[in-house]
Design a protein around this ligand. Structure first.
Ligand SMILES: Nc1ncnc2c1ncn2[C@@H]1O[C@H](COP(=O)(O)OP(=O)(O)O)[C@@H](O)[C@H]1O
Ligand SMILES: [Mg+2]
Length: 387
């Protein structure tokens, strides 16, 4: 499974800029990266200077980088089949006890976005997925969704019972059961996504902010709220720092900013902080993104093209697969032995991860019985026999 890096924060602070820059930096370092944005304003396309769509598009000028803008109009998901249709008949109604606005399931949009994200995360082609999130409030709403669904389902079922009579005749017990079943399926899927989001082996959340008092306060609140839901928040980018020029106005501003940053750092002592200065123009195009990336992750790309990469947010990212002589390494965060299987078919070795099989790339045929497997620290090492 790929690594998932989420960037969140208030609008306009630099989420798109820092997430896009990180994605470019990781791709330059040799990772296969998918950059995902849920912003309907297509800001990621603008930032990269490349037109993206709702399916992965290769980014011109950066090998290994693909971009994707989630389609906000799309309400279709393989995993949430007919939820709306099944529930819809229960929502209509002339009964005054029905309050339509109350009956619309909150958080459905976020659920669609995260569900889509999960599909890409489960695709073994990607090493890293960078997600430029919607405002933090939406993420929080998503995290609370399983509990909301439960309450919501109860309410709908109660309404269904109260209105009884003619409605019960129109939508019999069978429809009621079907709706409950769809809701339960949906809730389980959301729970699964939430477990992945809360797994620090897979996901890291980076907060982006500006060095102003309001930004600091908002960041401290967002951190607490995300932590409360169990999300791994590890890094913070302070963007738009006033550069150091010899001018009274500039120096006064810098002093205030320093104080704000100090207060932020002391409120969040466990975080990795990175500062990015305000540039003399907007950050558009690959050149300026690469500059921002190197400011943020000065140690990016250390490694030998296949080992772990440390990026400047206090986390290590691995290539999904790499090879060294007869050894093939697969990075499988969060995997336990029992989830794995190994077999071969016509000379191709297949690794099964949670019963989904993936061929292991190797330049000559081999039999699984001749391949030694060792799982250590999330890395599966397969040693192939000599030629
Ligand atoms: N360090 C910076 N220096 C100059 N302009 C910046 C910087 N960071 C972001 N910007 C510009 O500010 C605007 C908002 O940034 P963006 O990344 O789109 O914010 P968000 O995604 O949080 O809404 C963009 O036009 C971007 O180019
Ligand atoms: Mg944005």
């Amino acid at each position: 499974m790929a690594r998932l890096l989420l960037f969140g924060g208030k609008g306009g602070v630099g989420k798109t800029t820092t997430s896009t820059a990180t994605a470019v930096g990781l791709a330059d370092a040799g990772m296969k990266v998918l950059l995902v944005s849920s912003d309907p304003a297509h800001s990621t396309s603008d930032s990269l200077g490349v037109q993206l769509s709702s399916s992965p598009t290769a980014v011109d000028g950066v090998d290994n980088l693909w971009g994707l803008e989630l389609d906000p109009e799309s309400r279709i998901s393989d995993h949430i089949p007919k939820l709306t249709e099944t529930v819809a008949p229960f929502l209509g109604g002339e009964n005054p006890e029905f309050n339509a606005s109350e009956m619309v399931l909150p958080g459905l949009d976020e659920a669609m976005a995260f569900d889509e994200l999960l599909k890409h995360l489960e695709n073994p082609d990607w090493d890293v997925i960078v997600f430029d999130t919607a405002p933090t409030g939406h993420t929080l709403r998503f995290l609370a969704l399983p509990e909301i669904i439960e309450k919501w389902a109860e309410k709908i079922i109660r309404m269904h019972r109260i209105t009884g009579g003619i409605r019960a005749m129109m939508f019999g017990a069978k429809e009621g059961d079907k709706m409950r079943e769809e809701l339960e399926k949906f809730r389980r899927r959301v729970l699964h996504v939430r477990r992945i989001l809360c797994n620090p082996e897979i996901t890291r959340f980076t907060l982006v902010t500006i060095p102003e008092k309001m930004g600091v306060n908002e960041t401290v609140r967002a951190y607490a709220a995300l932590k409360e839901h169990g999300l791994p928040v590890s890094g913070c980018v302070v963007n738009r720092l006033t550069p150091d020029y010899d001018h009274e106005f500039i120096q006064t501003r810098r002093k205030t900013e320093r104080e704000n940053i100090e207060s932020l750092v002391s409120s969040l002592p466990e975080m990795y902080f990175h500062e990015v200065e305000l540039k003399d123009s907007d950050i558009h195009g690959l050149n300026s993104l690469r500059q921002i990336s190197s400011e943020m992750h000065s140690d990016i790309g250390i490694g030998n093209g296949h080992g772990p990469f440390k990026i400047g947010l206090g986390l290590e990212v691995h290539r999904g697969t790499w090879r060294n002589g007869n050894d093939v390494y697969l990075h499988l965060p969060g995997i336990v032995r029992d989830d794995l299987s190994l077999r071969s078919e016509s000379g191709v070795v297949l690794v099964g991860i949670n019963s989904r099989e993936h061929p292991v790339p190797f330049d000559r045929p081999a039999k699984a019985s001749n391949v030694a497997a060792k799982l250590e620290d999330d890395i599966l090492r397969l040693t192939f026999p000599d030629a």
